[in-house]
Design a protein around this ligand. Structure first.
Ligand SMILES: Nc1ncnc2c1ncn2[C@@H]1O[C@H](COP(=O)(O)OP(=O)(O)O)[C@@H](O)[C@H]1O
Ligand SMILES: [Mg+2]
Length: 417
């Protein structure tokens, strides 16, 4: 018997990864499930119309890249998750409520090395006629310089809810501090001790899998991810992976990126509430095939195993570990890793895919090395960059994808396609 599953894609303007995802799923074809039956998958781009709260959705699983910015789709996601058991890769509830600030608090409580951070009140009164009157009762005047002295320069000032570098500034002196605070207006800001780091690691997690990439934030978008396979010691690499998985298991985020700064052998997480991160071909390039495979694998696994969305956080299971005075930081990380593996059902995931991985690898290599993918690459570059840059970026991207094809061919031990 064949069970058909419909995967909905809730998208912005992007066309690149949805095409890749759909294509890979189609080429993979029906797969066996643990139930002994056969499972087939269709994908569809979702459009949101006015909806009754009792409407039944047609989708079994939805991948969303829109809800952070737009409220109508966000509320639809909450409805289908809460009422209809549609499987979502990220909990829309924690995604909305746990902005960067709450995520810092949670990870500090769990003992992670989040740099010293202070939340300061709004510089300008918010647009609410009662604000001045009310805040006069609870907002005491404070000495910004004294707070900064305690944190120590340099530091960063950044919005409590984060996202896309909006309003982020590095502050070296009291004069810069006052200028940045004056400019913050009605944005609520953190002051955070700057970490003088050796490397910046950005880990992208999709379900049970994580890719840790060397990130170069000062570079333009297309060269922010460096292709570098050994930029962390094995121990630091494991710590970075564990932190990403812990964050995701804690908040029920299964498609998220986590930013950590590494100085010597110390790992400092600074930004990890980035659910539904950018997976564009033009930014991920070499890592794009990995991301697409992971997205396919996790979606298929969730569907064939009838994985249930978990809306409750069960934070105590983590806090009990955090609060144990007999455990070191390393001990706690090891238990967090086990809790995360249990949440992601990692052993079962790898077991399920062990029988199908070779087929998926072959399908993806064959597609990426072929003409259809090249057309997608060209089309994507043309839609992202101005005309005078097309040739340069097509060549750049082709070079990186050729590198991936060569390495993957060697890894799989096949002859060059
Ligand atoms: N504590 C810090 N130490 C060093 N660099 C930082 C720190 N906080 C932020 N940055 C720099 O600022 C960038 C943006 O900050 P981030 O917290 O990631 O904000 P956003 O949520 O907008 O991505 C980071 O990618 C990093 O380059
Ligand atoms: Mg960031």
């Amino acid at each position: 018997m064949i069970t058909r599953h419909l995967i909905g894609l809730l998208l912005g303007t992007e066309d690149d990864w949805p095409t890749a995802f759909t294509e890979i799923l189609a080429r993979l074809g029906p797969v066996p499930g643990p139930d002994g039956g056969t499972h087939a998958f269709d994908t569809e781009r979702i459009t949101i119309e006015p909806f009754s709260l009792r409407d039944r959705p047609r989708y079994n699983l939805v991948i969303d890249r829109l809800a952070y910015w737009y409220y109508h789709p966000r509320e639809w996601l909450k409805k289908v998750s809460m009422m209809d058991g549609v499987y979502l890769l990220n909990s829309p509830f924690t995604f909305q409520s746990m902005e960067k600030h709450a995520a810092y608090c949670a990870m500090m409580r769990l003992g992670l090395k989040v740099p010293e951070t202070v939340l300061v009140p709004y510089k300008n009164p918010v647009d609410n006629s009662r604000y001045a009157y009310t805040s006069a009762r609870y907002n005491k005047s404070f000495d910004l310089d004294a707070i900064a002295e305690k944190i120590g320069y340099p530091m960063f000032m950044k919005p409590y809810d984060g996202g896309a570098w909006r309003g982020v500034s590095r502050i070296n002196t009291p004069a810069e501090l006052h200028a940045a605070y004056d400019a913050s207006g009605e944005m609520l800001m953190h002051l955070q001790k700057a970490i003088d780091y050796d490397v910046f690691a950005r880990s992208l997690s999709i379900g049970a899998e994580t890719m840790v990439m060397r990130f170069q934030p000062e570079e333009p978008m297309h060269s922010r991810y460096a292709v570098d396979h050994a930029f962390l010691s094995p121990q630091t690499g494991t710590e970075v992976v564990t932190i990403g998985r812990l964050v995701n298991a804690f908040f029920r985020w299964e498609f998220n990126s986590c930013e950590t700064l590494i100085s010597g052998d110390q790992v400092y997480p600074i930004d990890y509430a980035n659910a539904c991160p950018d997976v564009a071909l033009t930014s991920l390039h070499y890592y794009f095939p990995w991301a697409m495979k992971a997205l396919v694998k996790w979606s298929v696994f969730a569907l064939v195993t009838e994985r249930r969305p978990r809306l409750d956080l069960e934070t105590d299971r983590f806090f009990q570990v955090a609060d144990d005075p007999g455990m070191s930081y390393e001990d706690k990380l090891a238990v967090y890793r086990d809790l995360a593996d249990a949440y992601f059902d990692s052993a079962r995931y790898y077991d399920y895919w062990s029988g199908l991985q070779a087929r998926l690898d072959e399908v993806v290599l064959d597609w990426i090395a072929g003409p259809d993918f090249d057309q997608l690459l060209v089309r994507t570059v043309k839609s992202v960059y101005p005309e005078h840059e097309h040739d340069r970026f097509i060549a750049h991207l082709r070079g990186l994808m050729d590198l991936w094809v060569r390495e993957e061919t060697t890894r799989l031990g096949t002859t060059t396609p």
